[in-house]
Design a protein around this ligand. Structure first.
Ligand code: HXC
Length: 262
């Protein structure tokens, strides 16, 4: 099933949905309409209990997303700029906190808000031609879609500061070295690899996938003792699912589990 909304194309293949940001003439820069359509696509996925994994990529072969649309931002007043930051933060938080597993397939430039979008995803795979960075400093601004918070948590504060203070772009290989992306593959291998990874994850029981994401994402923000208690609570919650009974029974009966995703 494919729904083309012009700026964002959502293609559902069984339990995996591919979201393509489709504004290649502007290197998929995110203006308000594109953000609204991305928000609608993410909400639709979250509302669909059948979808387990979503892959986000950019149309064309040059860019994942080259950032927020600079022509839209240039004339903003402080209140409008603040609203622009918070509105997109809510969307990225929806990706980070949602029940779906999001994979960023970074097919080219992931800059500024584009890098921040990738940071909100659970896993990042990049083509070897991709370049990543937070070049906001070159525009006289700071990252405003969560970059100052997610980037240091992922790569450490010193490396994050270097990227943000210099505005320099780094290669996919360098991004992998600092843990900003999980894997680097050739451009031709990018979508097959992302789809294979999505398929591997989509074959797992949905509730446990969701609880792993929740335990890691929320646990990272807690102190250790609370986080361990939270992990134990979520571990206990697994035992309320049919898939826990089935997964363990299947092991004991030496057969493949028949997941019910509940
Ligand atoms: C608007 C953009 C754009 C952007 C590219 N374009 N990035 N338009 N906003 N972020 C447009 C160009 O204006 C151009 O349009 C077309 O896309 C192709 O781009 P070129 O610059 O001609 O391509 P190239 O020479 O290959 O250079 C690629 C590039 C460069 C290095 C990625 O486009 C670039 O530096 N872009 C800006 C990257 C950036 O600074 N991102 C961060 C934005 S701030 P025309 O019409 O001329 O063909 C941000 C803040 C987020 O994201 C937080 C907000 C709260």
């Amino acid at each position: 099933m494919e729904t083309s909304n012009e700026r964002v194309i959502s293609t559902r293949l069984d339990t995996v949905t591919l979201i393509t940001i489709n504004r290649p003439e502007s290197l998929n820069a995110l203006d308000q309409l594109t953000l609204q359509q991305l928000d609608a696509a993410v909400s639709a996925i979250e509302a669909d209990p059948h979808v387990k994994v979503a892959i986000i990529t950019g149309a064309g072969n040059k860019a994942f997303v080259a950032g927020a649309d600079i022509s839209v931002m240039q004339p903003l007043d402080p209140i409008a700029a603040r609203r622009m930051a918070t509105t997109a933060q809510l969307l990225l938080n929806k990706i980070e906190n949602g029940s779906t597993i999001f994979i960023a397939a970074i097919n080219g430039y992931a800059l500024g808000g584009g890098c921040e979008l990738a940071l909100a995803c659970d896993i990042r795979i990049a083509a070897d031609s991709a370049q990543l960075g937070q070049p906001e400093i070159n525009l006289g601004i700071i990252p405003g879609w969560g970059g100052t918070q997610r980037l240091p948590r992922l790569v450490g504060s010193s490396r994050a500061k270097q990227l943000m203070l210099t505005g320099e772009r780094i290669s996919a290989g360098q991004a992998a070295q600092i843990g900003l992306v999980n894997e680097v593959v050739t451009a031709a291998e990018l979508m097959p690899r992302a789809q294979k990874l999505a398929q591997t994850i989509a074959e797992k029981p949905k509730m446990a996938l969701q609880l792993i994401k929740e335990a890691v994402t929320n646990g990272m923000e807690m102190d250790r003792n609370r986080a361990f208690a939270y992990e134990a609570d979520l571990f206990g919650l697994c035992f309320a699912t049919a898939d826990q009974k089935e997964g363990m029974l299947a092991f004991l009966e030496k057969r493949r589990p028949d997941w019910r995703d509940c």
